[in-house]
Ligand binder design. Structure first.
Ligand SMILES: *[C@@H]1O[C@H](CO)[C@@H](O)[C@H](O)[C@H]1NC(C)=O
Ligand SMILES: *[C@@H]1O[C@H](CO)[C@@H](O)[C@H](O)[C@H]1NC(C)=O
Length: 608
């Protein structure tokens, strides 16, 4: 493995300085020049050496064991963080031959011709979810979210010995995004066939070769897609340049690489300029690229422009960008919203990022108490059940609409933002209430729910065993996804699934994608939460306390009622009003029968 033997790119200068100190300049220049040239040919050079032997997820049964140690880091949190990153290895597209350090034995190289239709190499990157689509907009959000988390809770990655995997995971995505951004105002936003009627269900060796590449540019702009990619590049540039927030947070994960950070920053600036000032104007990318369609279209771009300007301000120490972020925030009326935080909706994250920048005496501007007020209005509404969301009977924060497909995602993102913001809350009471609420959602996801299911595949014997993933299932019969094969071929370790329905019921059914599908962005907030808990939690994650077979005892019978399966929608699905009406009718009929009976008996008695 080349990257184990050779020094990191950043260390090369130090090596040269060292040689310079001990030898004459001439003696040094030649080997250093050669080393430098060598380093240019080998792009893996600057990546951190991966542990040897590698981290591999342990069998799910190990997640049923209580840790015997009580220190930091807790071994179960280490494993959870490791598994969560490992999921991204399983989602890799492109060349997985030896040099790629592929840890997933059942994955093969795939889609090597991506981009050829555009005369480009767009191989690599990640499959977004349970099929083989590569989608830039949700990938951008995922990378932004993970880099931001690794800035604030970097010690969690370091302590659990996961920083090398984090580095490798991020570069697999960022290096692809660099290829997808071949000129300042061109960005590839989708590779693959999204036509659901021709959906392919099968392994990674027979993926249909018709995989068109779709791009935005000045003739067909896509403001949120360009701004979202810019924000990912900026956030990750800040991470790679070791730029953390002062005060309440950890130091960034130790994968410092100034050269890479500068490359990322260049892409961030170009994409921001494209988003903000395209000669083609500003519009949503699905109006330019209809193929992104229902699955990956967005609801608007004001939030992306704002967060792109803000992360760029932060990564680049630029008060010009900071002022633009403030202007966008006004222009798009982002104050006082109660939206969720997700790949299409970034406003709550903007509140928190403004507050973090204000509290870190960065000199960019912004008044901490103003941003605290904005954040606390938003978070108080959530914890006081006044945000438009509700709690399911077993305790999950649920937003009608946003939670209907992948219920855990809004709750996990809320928990992640609440935990992060709690550290700079204005009062100890607020800090305590945000922390407590965030913990309740995290516990829920890790098994403290009416199903006794930790919703991370392979983390415990009660974890879901039928994630909606064509790759992991081992099946190729699209008409019989659930039964062919009866048991999934591969355990998709570390994958967060969609989650239960609004009654807390979880159907572990492969074809039920709202509940069982996996996706890049579903894992992202849990990485940040897990890194935080590696740093500061001596207790095991909730799932170690679950009894074996607990889910089998309580799992719902019948079928779900959702966007994938409607079999469960008839019959018992009566509304509250219908139930009341029915009760009234039954009472009236009952009274009528009793009355008739009394009348009949009276007549009989009087006749005697
Ligand atoms: C990768 O290739 C092997 C060997 O042909 C095969 O058994 C496995 O199912 C493939 N993996 C996927 C995800 O299709
Ligand atoms: C951290 O704070 C110090 C002094 O308060 C300031 O000089 C420095 O620029 C700050 N760093 C960041 C990254 O905000």
């Amino acid at each position: 493995m080349i990257d184990v033997i050779l020094p990191k790119m950043g260390n090369l200068n130090e090596l040269c300085l060292l040689l310079n100190a001990t030898t004459t300049p001439l003696q040094c220049t030649l080997p250093c020049t050669m080393l430098f040239l060598f380093s240019l040919i080998l792009p893996v050079l600057s990546q951190i050496a991966l542990p040897n032997p590698p981290f591999l997820p342990p069998n799910a049964s190990s997640g049923a064991q209580t840790s015997s140690t009580s220190g930091i880091p807790n071994p179960q949190w280490n494993t959870l963080l490791g598994n969560l990153i490992y999921f991204y290895d399983a989602q890799r597209s492109g060349n997985l031959s030896a040099t790629a350090n592929n840890r997933v034995p059942w994955r093969n190289s795939s889609a090597l011709d991506d981009g050829k239709d555009a005369g480009l190499d767009l191989s690599g990157g990640y499959y977004d979810a349970g099929d083989y689509i590569k989608a830039t907009f949700p990938l951008s959000f995922t990378l932004m979210s993970i880099c931001w988390g690794a800035i604030d809770y970097g010690q969690g990655y370091d302590l659990s010995n996961q920083t090398a995997y984090l580095d490798s995971m991020l570069r697999w995505g960022l290096d692809w995004m660099i290829k997808a951004h071949p000129s300042p105002s061109t960005l590839y936003v989708l590779v693959g066939n999204t036509d659901v009627d021709n959906a392919y269900w099968g392994g990674d060796q027979n993926i249909p070769t018709h995989r068109p590449s779709y791009s935005i540019d000045d003739t067909k702009p896509g403001t949120e897609a360009a701004a979202g990619a810019s924000a990912a590049f900026s956030a990750c540039s800040a991470l790679y340049s070791n730029r953390g927030f002062n005060g309440s947070y950890s130091t960034p994960a130790s994968l410092h690489d100034d050269t890479y950070a500068q490359t990322l920053l260049t892409h961030a600036q170009q994409l921001y300029t494209f988003a903000a000032n395209s000669t083609g104007g500003q519009k949503t990318y699905q109006s330019s690229v209809p193929a992104v369609g229902d699955a990956y279209g967005s609801s608007g771009f004001g939030d992306e422009l704002t967060i792109a300007a803000l992360f760029l301000a932060w990564a680049n120490s630029s008060s010009t960008y900071y002022q633009q972020a403030e202007q966008y925030f006004q222009q798009y009326k982002l104050t006082k919203q109660d939206d969720v935080f997700n790949w299409d909706s970034k406003t709550p994250g903007i509140y928190v990022l403004f507050a973090q920048i204000a509290q870190s005496s960065s000199g960019l501007g912004g008044d901490l108490s103003t941003w605290q007020a904005e954040c606390e209005r938003y978070f108080d509404a959530i914890v006081n059940n006044d945000s438009g969301a509700f709690l399911t009977t077993d305790g999950l924060l649920y937003y009608n609409g946003d939670s209907d497909e992948a219920s855990l995602n809004p709750a996990l993102n809320a928990a992640m933002l609440l935990s992060r913001y709690a550290q700079i809350a204005s009062t100890a009471d607020k800090k305590a209430s945000y922390t407590k609420f965030a913990q309740s959602q995290l516990d829920y996801v890790l098994g403290k729910n009416s199903m006794s299911v930790p919703y991370v595949v392979g983390s415990n014997p009660n974890s879901p065993s039928n994630p909606h993933s064509a790759m992991a299932s081992g099946g190729d019969d699209v008409g019989n996804i659930n039964t062919s094969p009866p048991q999934e071929a591969y355990v998709l370790y570390g994958a967060v699934v969609g989650g239960p329905d609004k009654h807390g019921r979880f159907f572990d059914i492969r074809s039920d994608w709202p509940e069982t599908e996996v996706a890049l962005d579903y894992n992202a907030p849990l990485l940040t939460l897990a890194a935080m808990h590696v740093m500061n939690d001596t207790n095991d994650p909730f799932f170690t306390s679950l009894r074996a077979g607990a889910y089998d005892k309580v799992k719902p019978s019948g079928q779900p009622c959702d966007a994938a399966i409607s079999d469960g929608c008839s019959g018992h699905k009566l509304s509250k009003a219908a139930i009341i009406a029915l009760a009234v009718v039954l009472t009236v009929v009952g009274l009528l029968i009793l009355g008739l009976l009394a009348w009949y008996l009276r007549i009989r008695l009087t006749r005697k």
